[in-house]
Design a protein. Structure first.
Length: 94
């Protein structure tokens, strides 16, 4: 039985992406800052810039994801969305 994804909740996707990328930035950006402190080179950015990017990067990705969800919703109204044949277990809860 074919199902179609006709709409993606923009805010829900943005919040989820913000949490996922925020979690990863809390792990990887401090490690990069530590590497910059311990093994400095001329090309490395300042630690302050790295910490700023730790906050800015998830916000930028969430904004782009929200824009992509909006564009998908717009295109899905014209095309009917993505049609797929998922396992029955996946759709049981809906």
């Amino acid at each position: 039985m074919m199902k179609s994804v006709r709409k993606i909740d923009v805010l829900s996707l943005a919040k989820t992406v913000l949490l996922v990328y925020g979690f990863f930035s809390l792990i990887f950006f401090p490690l990069y800052a530590l590497k910059t402190i311990v093994f400095p080179t001329k090309q490395d950015p300042s630690v302050g810039l790295i910490m700023f990017m730790m906050v800015l990067y998830p916000l930028m990705v969430a904004f782009v994801a929200a824009c992509m969800a909006w564009v998908y919703n717009l295109c899905a109204t014209w095309t009917g969305g993505i049609k797929m044949d998922p396992p029955y277990v996946m759709w049981k809860q809906f």
